[in-house]
Design a binder for this molecule. Structure first.
Ligand SMILES: Nc1ncnc2c1ncn2[C@@H]1O[C@H](COP(=O)(O)OP(=O)(O)OP(=O)(O)O)[C@@H](O)[C@H]1O
Length: 295
């Protein structure tokens, strides 16, 4: 099977800033990937490079096995939805949806019509006059109804309210189940989307620090809570991602535990709780930053 995206040693420098630093990863076809990371980590730059909108300083990119830059055959299969999308001044949403089939051969007008209703989008109002959430809805509708084999959503829902975001997640999953394709979603709302994501790529300061399927990532850390002495003796020798002490109590987020270690923790009177994807990523990216500082 050809991978949807293959990136190797990809680097992008802007003057003295290295926005993407030797990134290497593969995105298998027909998966939903989360591209996560802190502000300025390099997510947008990475997506711009992959979609051929910017040139890499070094490294290689293949989309469906081909080089994307100025390759219309490949780029026709790609849809990139970004928050800062610019439209011509007098454009209304209906103009966007009318022209979409020229760019996307799988465009589904019925799905677009349903989403317009779901999002209560005024299609005859100029995009310039739309609210922030309504403008985001235009992009989300294009991204879903395009049914492009490779779809990128870069923070697609800034301004969408909680109801509209839930509609986006529900429609995305429904449509993906019927029309599998490869979706790469960049977001800061990690817990909100975590149930959608099959695979997670975390970028920190331009480097890929996690590239793992979501289930194994979720199982890769646990929080241990108990008395300070019991926690400290239990975590000795473990990878400690985070440690908090409050009075005589302590809470530690540590790496994966074996069943025997879990049993020992319970015997020692410690409470074990799973770590959410968001907590885990906050801990790991925080840790990467700390390590960098101390290097
Ligand atoms: N055109 C540019 N010129 C100079 N520096 C840039 C340029 N584009 C991005 N950068 C820098 O590259 C780094 C990565 O930026 P990027 O926009 O890719 O981050 P991001 O992960 O998408 O951030 P956010 O979550 O805040 O949107 C940042 O330090 C940014 O300031």
């Amino acid at each position: 099977m050809t991978a949807a995206v293959e990136v190797s040693g990809l680097t992008k420098r802007f003057g003295s800033t290295t926005a993407v630093n030797e990134a290497t990863f593969t995105v298998e076809e027909n998966t939903i990937h989360g591209l996560l990371g802190r502000n300025g980590a390099g997510k947008t730059t990475l997506m711009q490079l992959i979609t051929g909108q910017d040139f890499a300083t070094s490294g290689s990119i293949r989309i469906f096995g081909e080089h994307p830059v100025e390759n219309s055959g490949v780029l026709r299969r790609v849809c990139f939805i970004k928050e800062s999308q610019k439209y011509p001044d007098d454009f209304k949403p209906k103009h966007v949806f009318e022209s979409a089939p020229w760019f996307f051969e799988n465009w589904d007008a019925e799905l677009a019509a349903r989403l317009i209703e779901d999002f209560r989008l005024p299609v005859n109002r100029r995009i310039k006059k739309l609210s922030r959430g309504q403008t985001s809805a235009v992009g989300v509708i294009v991204g879903l109804a395009s049914r492009a084999p490779l779809t990128f959503f870069d923070e697609p829902y800034l301004g969408l309210d909680a109801v509209a975001r839930q509609i986006f997640y529900d429609r995305l999953l429904e449509d993906y189940a019927e029309h599998p394709r490869t979706i790469i979603l960049s977001t800061h709302l990690i817990d909100e989307v975590s149930s959608l994501l099959e695979h997670v790529i975390v970028i920190d300061d331009g480097r890929i620090i996690i590239d793992q399927d979501s289930d194994s990532l979720r199982g890769s850390a646990t929080t241990v809570v108990g008395t300070g002495t019991a926690v400290e003796s239990f975590i000795a020798g473990h990878e400690v991602l985070h440690l908090d002490r409050i009075g005589g109590l302590a809470s530690a987020t540590i790496g994966q535990l074996t069943p025997a270690e879990r049993a020992a923790a319970t015997t020692a009177g410690l409470e074990l709780t799973p770590v959410s994807l968001q907590q885990l990523i906050v801990r790991r990216t925080g840790l990467a930053t700390e390590l960098e500082k101390s290097a």
